[in-house]
Design a protein around this ligand. Structure first.
Ligand SMILES: [Mn+2]
Length: 317
């Protein structure tokens, strides 16, 4: 059933208990929208718990009640509410449980949402936290600082700190209201976009030092070797965001980050300002999106670089 938000809010208010479900590999919007709704339901006297099939990354530990998010479903809820999930598969192992409650709700911002619940609301906003904020207003609850910080986290992360194209006047208006409610924008920006371990800073310095340019600087390559990981003490997942730095170089049209996984085996991330790097990645059996993709490549390092650069050139004007 397609539902408007006031109708969905009215049904949700009737519940005595609700389990909130978010997607695997949880991001700021999933965690933030769930914590915001949990706070509103709790203040109405609705018992509300949050479940996620994956562990919540430690970087979100500044959010109040984040430690209570559980992977083990306990059961006994009147309602199940899915947040930021375009379909049930996004809930991972919890997807099979979702449909089993008496009432099911689905609040999301992905236009591809399959309307898999009894009550569905899909608002095409930059973040699902904006939809949840609207829902909370329909429920008639005024949020405290912690819940405002949670929803603002969702907006800030899904809008790329208000820098992505999806940021609208509506997005900024919601953020403004949450800031007025005590949402800690400064803390969120620091935690989500600046804070890092010194091991990562070291790895970045090593990798940035070796950036190579091809085709008059139109193609750039950053390489992260196993030796660099060892020398810095950083974890492989801490390379997230390195490629964005490469794309900041003004002449660069296609950026690549090659990460040594094992001997003669590299994981490659592509980013592009215009050229189709989905097609570039497909040359090597990978894929993704037009402007962001990835693949694996095997072989001697210099040979692999030659093949990658050649493939990029084939897809540039
Ligand atoms: Mn989202």
């Amino acid at each position: 059933m397609k539902t408007d938000l006031p109708a969905l809010a009215a049904e949700l208010k009737k519940q005595k208990s609700a389990a909130l479900f978010i997607h695997v590999r949880p991001d700021g919007d999933a965690v933030g929208s769930a914590l915001g709704l949990q706070s509103a339901l709790t203040s109405l006297g609705v018992r509300a718990d949050i479940y996620c099939a994956d562990e919540i990354p430690v970087k979100f530990s500044y959010l109040e009640n984040v430690g209570k998010i559980s992977r083990e479903y306990r059961g006994g809820y009147d309602a199940h509410v899915a947040l930021d999930c375009s379909d049930e598969m996004r809930m991972g192992d919890l997807g099979a449980i979702f449909g089993k409650a008496r009432e099911t709700f689905n609040v999301d911002h992905h236009v591809s949402n399959t309307r898999y619940a009894k009550y569905n609301y899909v608002g095409d906003k930059a973040s699902n936290s904006e939809n949840v904020f609207e829902l909370v207003k329909c429920i008639g609850v005024t949020l405290g600082k912690a819940a405002a910080t949670a929803l603002l986290t969702g907006i800030v992360t899904d809008s790329g700190n208000f820098a992505h194209n999806n940021t609208t006047a509506e997005t900024l208006a919601a953020a403004s209201e949450l800031k007025a409610l005590g949402g800690d924008l400064h803390l969120i920006s620091y935690k989500m976009f600046s804070e890092q371990r010194k091991e990562r800073a070291k790895l970045f310095a090593l990798a940035a030092n070796g950036i190579r340019y091809f085709s008059d600087g139109r193609i750039a390559l950053m390489t992260v070797t196993k030796k660099m990981l060892e020398e810095s003490g950083a974890r492989p997942d801490e390379t997230e965001g390195f490629i964005d730095f490469v794309m900041g170089v003004d002449t660069v049209e296609i950026g690549m980050c090659m990460m040594e996984m094992s001997d003669k085996n590299y994981k490659v991330s592509f980013r592009s300002k215009k050229a189709d790097v989905n097609a570039v990645a497909a040359t090597f059996g990978g894929g993704g999106h037009i402007l962001a993709s990835g693949c694996m490549i095997r072989g001697f390092y210099e040979d692999a670089v030659d093949r990658l650069v050649y493939a990029c050139k084939q897809h540039m004007d």
